[in-house]
Design a protein around this ligand. Structure first.
Ligand SMILES: O=c1ccn([C@@H]2O[C@H](COP(=O)(O)OP(=O)(O)O[C@H]3O[C@H](CO)[C@@H](O)[C@H](O)[C@H]3O)[C@@H](O)[C@H]2O)c(=O)[nH]1
Ligand SMILES: O=C(O)[C@H](O)COP(=O)(O)O
Length: 338
């Protein structure tokens, strides 16, 4: 991932279209605990250092490694370094490992106590993983529901920004915000924000889908610069194949959200009466919907600029016509000589 264009710390909150802002509950920093979830596939070389580093992050009281079907010694090395380890018997992809991790954390949360915050950390960060610590305070204090790390420029990175650009543009189109590093998987979030993003988008689409989902439901998101180093993807054949997989998964996550949004819009339009003529201004364009914009709330489907035609007659009109026809034909039948 590219380290260029790191944003200063700034919080983005998008108003949920129907429910209004979701209040961030006041956190109790004295009692709030954090579970670090580390999805890991064949990370024997770095997992022990990553686990040890994450254990040193303030507020973290549980480090959970989800071994996603590794063929190397990842699980044993993680356990020896002090992590709780669960394992997929076969590889299911990063998003699935994150869901497994969050489910296991929920089982270990204190009943009736506050749910732990979830700190997702990649397994290949090694000792630098401790520098994910700045992700926690904005969420512990309730300033954000989701914090996302932005990383400095990584040596050996060979990307041309194609996948990153695809994810950034889609998030911006849907939410109005363009993250500087939309693929960054180092994230801290509340349980409520996580639930809002589930089911997670598959595989490498997980971060793009998650950011869209939580913002569109009114949660607050912040990008936080963190001095992290990971195994950057190079420019060789393996690197390009990896990017092709990322592109596919990110594109799928975007398409699924557009389709879901379109379906919701169609359902809403069918449930609501057509636009009231009183709502139209003099040239027939829909007036502002209260958030300073016209058209639908995500910007994915902006309001058509032309005049709005009144809705066609609804179901009751059609029903009464067919009822009329049925009554007439029954009358004709009855009046026929037998
Ligand atoms: O099937 C898999 C593959 C990977 N991983 C783990 O997922 C993490 C990220 O994988 P990595 O190979 O490092 O991917 P990158 O391309 O370097 O990842 C960048 O881009 C991804 C999205 O495409 C984000 O998830 C990452 O956080 C971000 O660093 C690592 O801990 C892996 O061990 C799994 O758990 N299961
Ligand atoms: O190397 C990276 O940053 C990721 O693999 C994404 O690739 P990209 O350069 O096409 O965005």
């Amino acid at each position: 991932m590219s380290g260029e264009g790191i944003n200063p710390l700034r919080i983005i909150r998008r108003r949920a279209p129907e429910t209004g802002p979701i209040p961030v509950p006041p956190a109790d920093p004295d009692h709030q605990r954090v579970a670090a979830v580390i999805p890991a596939k064949d990370e024997a070389a770095r997992i022990a250092a990553t686990v040890r580093a994450v254990r040193a992050i303030p507020y973290v009281d549980l480090v959970l490694v989800v071994d996603d079907g590794s063929e190397d010694d990842t699980q044993h090395l993680a356990r020896s370094a002090g992590a709780v380890v669960v394992r997929h018997s076969h590889n299911r992809g990063k998003a699935s490992a994150m869901e497994t991790g969050a489910a296991v954390v929920a089982m270990r949360d204190i009943e009736d106590g506050p749910a732990r915050l979830l700190l997702f950390v990649d397994a290949d960060l090694g000792a630098t993983a401790v520098n994910a610590a700045p992700l926690v305070p904005p969420v512990v204090t309730g300033r954000a529901d989701l914090s996302i790390a932005t990383l400095p420029k990584q040596s050996g990175a060979g990307g041309r920004g194609i996948v990153t650009g695809l994810a950034r543009r889609a998030i911006q189109r849907a939410t109005g915000w363009a993250p500087s590093q939309p693929l960054s998987g180092q994230r801290c979030m509340t349980r409520a924000a996580f639930d809002a993003a589930t089911p997670l988008a598959h595989g490498w689409g997980v971060e793009t889908g998650m950011t869209m989902d939580v913002l569109m439901q009114g949660f607050a998101v912040v990008e936080v610069p963190c001095d992290l180093r990971h195994r950057a993807t190079g420019n060789d054949l393996a690197g390009q194949l990896h990017r092709a997989g990322q592109y596919r998964d990110v594109a799928m996550a975007i398409a699924a959200r557009r389709f879901r949004h379109y379906k919701q819009k169609v359902t809403r339009d069918a449930a609501e009466p057509g636009p009231d003529l009183d709502q139209a201004d003099t040239d027939g364009t829909l007036i502002d919907q209260g958030d300073g914009r016209t058209g639908d709330s995500t910007g994915d489907h902006p309001a058509p600029s032309g005049p709005q035609t009144p809705a066609p007659p609804q179901e009751p009109g059609r029903r009464s016509r067919s009822l009329r026809r049925a009554v007439e034909s029954s009358r004709r039948r009855r009046s026929r000589p037998r």
